[in-house]
Design a protein around this ligand. Sequence first.
Ligand SMILES: [Zn+2]
Length: 384
Amino acid sequence: MSDASPADHDELAAGEMTPEQLAEAKEYGRLELYAGLADKALDLVILALAALVFAVPLDDWLSGGVGSATARLLLIFLIVTGVHLVISFPLSFYAGHVLEHRFGLSRLTFGGWLARYAKRTGLALAFGVLMTAGLYWVIWLTGPWWWLAAAVVFFLVSIVLGQLMPVVILPLFYKIEKIDNPELSERMTRLSAGTGLSIEGVYRMGLSAETSKANAMLAGLGRTRRVLMGDTLLDGFSGDEIEVIFAHEIGHHVHRHIRKMIVTGVLFSVAGFWVCNRVMLAWADSQYGPTDPHQMPVSTLPLLMLSMTLFAMLLEPLQNMISRHYERQCDRYALEKTGLRAAYISAFQKLARLNKDDPAPHPLEVFLFHSHPPIGERLAMAEK
Ligand SMILES: [Zn+2]
């Protein structure tokens, strides 16, 4: 086992960022923001062109050789997604590899990055094919009520994915092993007592093969529920600091945040599919005359993808607001449960430094895009 006591390693320095570190974190945050915005703009332009310019001619062309509607549907999905991937590859490479290396955060070679990119993309394509076929079968089967039926399917898929995430999906990308450290286990057993989270469910996640950034997370549902602590965190942080971060993750468990996020996701998906239904029918009517949803044309797929992307973007600030609220709840929980105020402060200072996290980004950026409160705010909370 590579699991070792945090005391065996050189702990990272605590304390506030130096002016140089702060400037570097701000520069990293700015470039990440630009890359993210460019990616969103590219998504919208490509999907809008596919939906409004190319969908009908593409479907007509495919109809010449492909009779099955499902086969045509999946070909449209693969062509649109394939073109999208090719056009956005330089940006993915810049944001995922170049930027991370420029700031000394990535530990992957180009080949290593490319292999992970290919694995992630392959997985997303396979999942996309299944979801696209499933969604149109639901549309053709249930007709005018498909948006409600699709939300039910979305709920079931969320449950299955939630269960598989820590046991099937994450292990495809990271080495995950039981934490084998008596001192840490003792602390974790004490903190998780009475919360319903078994100490069996605390794992070490090998982030260090990919990045120098530290992170921890709560994942899974029911029997697969577990806390995953990054090795970067376990090796570079003191026992007290790890305890505070672990307590934060327990906070997510105690406040049932994963369950609440699934419920919110289902409510959003009902609204989202309803909007998509209106948009697709209005467009299909304009192209082909009055359209029965039981016969929804497959050329509506790019428009469905565009509508879903746009809807998700519009809802992102609201989702982030809910997420930041959850994070503040867990920060308070961690402070109350451990009483380790000094360790809480030094842990967040280390995280900011290690992850090159701007402690005080522009409030508009936080409002629109950040799922976590700025570190400056999280530190101020502890100092009160
Ligand atoms: Zn959290």
